[in-house]
Write a protein that binds this ligand. Structure first.
Ligand code: ATP
Ligand code: MG
Length: 389
C-alpha cells in the first residue's frame, strides 16, 4: 500500500462552508481514483489516499489534475517513536540524495503533544541524523532544494518535497456553467479557469458542416476531454449552425456577419443552458483581441442574453493565455490547423464598433428563431474526459 497526503489550501479558509467543500473534494477524489482500489481517509483537516502500489500512476495523475488542493506528497507512515521518525527522515533523505538533491531542511509539526520531541526538537534532531547518515547533503534553511516534512498526528507522517497542487476550489462547489467551446486556444483555457473556481462544465460547440470538417469536430472533442480531466468530465453538445449561417450570409450585409453569427450562438447557448440548468455562459473572449471582441461588439453579442456571461480571459493578453494553455495541456491540440466556423465565415472588413440597438434590429430581421430551435432539437451529446482507468 502507498499513502498520499493532501494539503487543502484555500479550503481551510471557508469556515462555515468547510464541511460541504470537503465533502465535494472527497467525492471528486473518488471519481478521479475510480477503479484504482484507492481509499480515502479524512483526519483533522488532512486527506489521506491509500492505494495499492500498482495504482500509484493513476492516483498521481488524478492528484495532478485535482482542483482544490494546495499540495500533495507520497508519505511514509511510521510508529510514533523518535527512533522510527528519525530513521524515516534518514531514509527519505537518502532517496532525495539519490535523485540529485544536495541541500535540504526539515519542517516539523506536532499536533500530538505527547510525542517526546517538540517541533524544534524534531527539526534539530532530524537534521542532525540526516547530516550524520547522508554525507554530501547539507542544510539550507533559506533556499533548500528539498524539504523533508514531519507531521506528528494520530500517526507520524514523513515526506520529502511536496508537489504543488492546482489550488483553486473543488469542482462542483460553484454550480455549473455552459462553456462555448470552439477549437481555438482561448475557450478551453476559459473553461479551465472557471473549473478552478469550483464550477462544473457543460460545453457547446457550433459547427457548420460541410463548411467545417470532421477533424475540426474531433479537435473540439479532444479539447473537451482535456479540460474535462480537470472538471471531472464535460458533456459536450454539438449544434449545427449551417442553416443559420446560410441565412445570415443571404440576408445580412457582409460587415455585420460575424457579430450576427455570434449573437445566434449566444441565443442557442442560452437556450441550451436553461434546458440543462447551467447558471451562466462562459466564453474565451479577451478584450479587443479580435474585431468581434471590442467592447461595443461584446455589448452586441451579449444584448440578447439574460444569463450572466463569464469571460475569465477578458483582461489577459495572448501570451498569458498561451502559457496557461500549455500548462493545462490544451495548446498543442488548439493549434492544429482545422478551422472553426467563425474563421471561414469572417468578412474581410467586419464592423468594429457595432451599436447594440442596431445589432438587435438586424438580428431580429433575420428571424433565426426556428432555425436555432431546430439546431437545438438535433443536438448531439457526448461525454468527454470522465476518468476511465
Ligand atoms: P477561441 O480561441 O476560443 O476560438 P477566438 O479568439 O477565436 O476564441 P472568437 O472566434 O471571437 O475568438 O470567439 C470568441 C468566443 O466565442 C470563443 O472563445 C468561444 O467561447 C466562442 N465561440 C466562437 N466560435 C465558437 C464555436 N464554433 N462554437 C462554440 N463557441 C464558439
Ligand atoms: Mg476561435
Amino acid at each position: 500500500m502507498s499513502t498520499y497526503l493532501l494539503k487543502l489550501g484555500e479550503l481551510t479558509l471557508k469556515g462555515e462552508n468547510r464541511k460541504g467543500f470537503e465533502h465535494i473534494l472527497k467525492r471528486n477524489c473518488l471519481t478521479m481514483f475510480q477503479g484504482s482500489g484507492a481509499k480515502l481517509e479524512m483526519t483533522n483537516g488532512r486527506f489521506l489516499v491509500h492505494c495499492p502500489e500498482a495504482a500509484e500512476e493513476q492516483v498521481e495523475h488524478g492528484l495532478a489534475h485535482l482542483l482544490g488542493i494546495a499540495g500533495w506528497a507520497k508519505t511514509r507512515i511510521e510508529e510514533k517513536t523518535p527512533e522510527a521518525v528519525l530513521r524515516a527522515c534518514v531514509t527519505e533523505a537518502q532517496e532525495l540524495f539519490a535523485q540529485g538533491i544536495r541541500t535540504f531542511k526539515i519542517e516539523a509539526r506536532r499536533t500530538d503533544k505527547r510525542f517526546p520531541l517538540d517541533s524544534y526538537g524534531l527539526r534539530s534532531e532530524g537534521g542532525a541524523a540526516v547530516l550524520r547518515e547522508v554525507p554530501g547533503l547539507q542544510v539550507d534553511v533559506h533556499r533548500p532544494e528539498a524539504v523533508i516534512e514531519v507531521e506528528i498526528r494520530e500517526k507520524a507522517y514523513i515526506y520529502g518535497t511536496a508537489r504543488k497542487g492546482l489550488r483553486g476550489l473543488p469542482v462542483g462547489t460553484a454550480g455549473r456553467g455552459l462553456l462555448l467551446l470552439s477549437g481555438g486556444i482561448d475557450s478551453p483555457v476559459a473553461g479551465y479557469m472557471m473549473a478552478s473556481r469550483g464550477m462544473g462544465l457543460d460545453a457547446v460547440y457550433f459547427h457548420a458542416y460541410p463548411y467545417t470538417s470532421d477533424q475540426a469536430r474531433q479537435k473540439v472533442r479532444d479539447l473537451a476531454a482535456q479540460v474535462g480531466r480537470y472538471s471531472l468530465g464535460i458533456r459536450l453538445y454539438t449544434l449545427s449552425l449551417t442553416p443559420v449561417q446560410q441565412q445570415i450570409q443571404a440576408c445580412a450585409p457582409e460587415p455585420w456577419r460575424t457579430v450576427l453569427l455570434r449573437m445566434a450562438m449566444m441565443e442557442g447557448a442560452e437556450k441550451l443552458a436553461r434546458y440543462r440548468g447551467d447558471k451562466c455562459l462562459i466564453t474565451g473572449e479577451s478584450l479587443s483581441q479580435v474585431a468581434s471582441q471590442t467592447i461595443e461588439n461584446i455589448s452586441c453579442t451579449e444584448s440578447l442574453v439574460r444569463l450572466p456571461v463569464l469571460r475569465p480571459l477578458i483582461g489577459m493578453d495572448k501570451d498569458q493565455i498561451i502559457r496557461l494553455a500549455e500548462r493545462i495541456g490544451t495548446y498543442q491540440t488548439s493549434i492544429l490547423p482545422y478551422e472553426d466556423c467563425c474563421v471561414l465565415f469572417s468578412p474581410p472588413h467586419p464592423i468594429l464598433r457595432g451599436d447594440p440597438a442596431e445589432a438587435r434590429q438586424r438580428y431580429e430581421q433575420l428571424e433565426l428563431g426556428t432555425l436555432i430551435e431546430e439546431a437545438l432539437q438535433e443536438r448531439v451529446m457526448e461525454t468527454c474526459g470522465f476518468y476511465r482507468p
